[in-house]
Design a protein around this ligand. Structure first.
Ligand code: NAP
Length: 249
């Protein structure tokens, strides 16, 4: 499978858990090559093959080059044929009201979180769908509970981008359901990763924990468990679903 944004956080946890379940993993990242290599080393330590591939999913040409590179590895027998995609790469931004947001910020948010996910899903469907002569597979998109909550005063643009992911998941799932491809989304709540620091709020997960019915933030591994289940044959009749992993929030 290909996991986008797999150098840390939820993507890294998904890559490691996938390897433990017998998947070869293409580990995508943008900036931190050493972190991506460390995840790949863990995949190999679990007995699976790993391929580290740098690509900014916000750039369509880089997405196409990433899939071509993965095709090359598969053709050379260094990776199993593609069976799954985890559309995990995603970003937040600094807290702001909508009337304070620059056009560049909003465009970046949608290019990474929405366009990147759709471009990657498109390329995956070409390589998974029976209609394209392939043998099927599974796609998991990363949404967010923000699509239900709206994130006012913090990042409404992020919440809207994740709303797009919910709808894209439903539509694509129904489009390819008869072609051996399942498409689902996992919608995390407040998860302890570096994403909060990247949005200028390093303490966010701890600060919001009391608002969670379970009274704590979740871990990347708790989200990854839902991702790898949806990717597995155990979820063979599950498509078009959006699975909340939010501690009840
Ligand atoms: P994270 O710790 O910030 O990790 C983000 C990952 O995405 C990194 O591996 C990063 O790689 C990569 N990435 C960022 N921009 C990219 C791009 N343009 N192209 C390719 N890779 C890119 O985030 P996380 O918390 O694990 O979040 C993962 C997903 O879950 C995101 O879609 C996020 O919106 C969603 N989510 C998270 C939470 C939460 O509370 N953590 C809640 C709801 C939803 P580099 O560092 O190498 O650039």
């Amino acid at each position: 499978m290909l996991v986008t944004g797999a150098s840390r956080g939820i993507g890294a946890a998904a890559a490691r858990q996938a390897a433990a379940r017998g998947w070869d993993v293409a580990v995508n990242y943008t900036r931190d090559a050493a972190a991506a290599e460390a995840v790949a080393a863990d995949v190999r330590a679990a007995g699976q093959r790993a391929f580290v591939v740098r690509a900014d999913v916000a750039d369509e040409a880089q997405v196409l080059a990433m899939f071509a590179a993965i095709d090359g590895e598969i053709d050379a027998g260094r990776l199993a044929p593609l069976g799954g995609l985890v559309n995990n790469a995603g970003v937040v931004d600094l807290p702001a009201r909508v009337d304070e947001m620059s056009g560049a910020r909003i465009e970046r948010m949608f290019r990474i979180n929405v366009f990147g996910s759709i471009w990657c899903a498109r390329e995956a469907v070409k390589r998974l769908s029976i209609k394209h002569g392939r043998s099927g597979g599974s796609i998991v998109n990363l949404g967010s509970a923000a699509s239900r909550l709206g994130s006012p005063g913090q990042y409404v643009d992020y919440a809207a981008s994740k709303g797009a992911i919910d709808v894209f998941t439903l539509g694509l799932a129904r489009e390819v359901a008869a072609e051996g491809v399942r498409v689902n989304a996992v919608r995390p709540g407040i998860i302890e990763t570096d994403i909060h620091a990247s949005g200028g709020l390093p303490e966010r997960a701890r600060q919001l924990a009391p608002q969670v019915p379970m009274q704590r933030a979740g871990s990347a591994d708790e989200v990854a468990a839902a991702i790898v289940w949806l990717l597995s044959d155990e979820a063979s009749y599950t498509t078009g679903s959006v699975l909340d992993v939010t501690g009840g929030r």
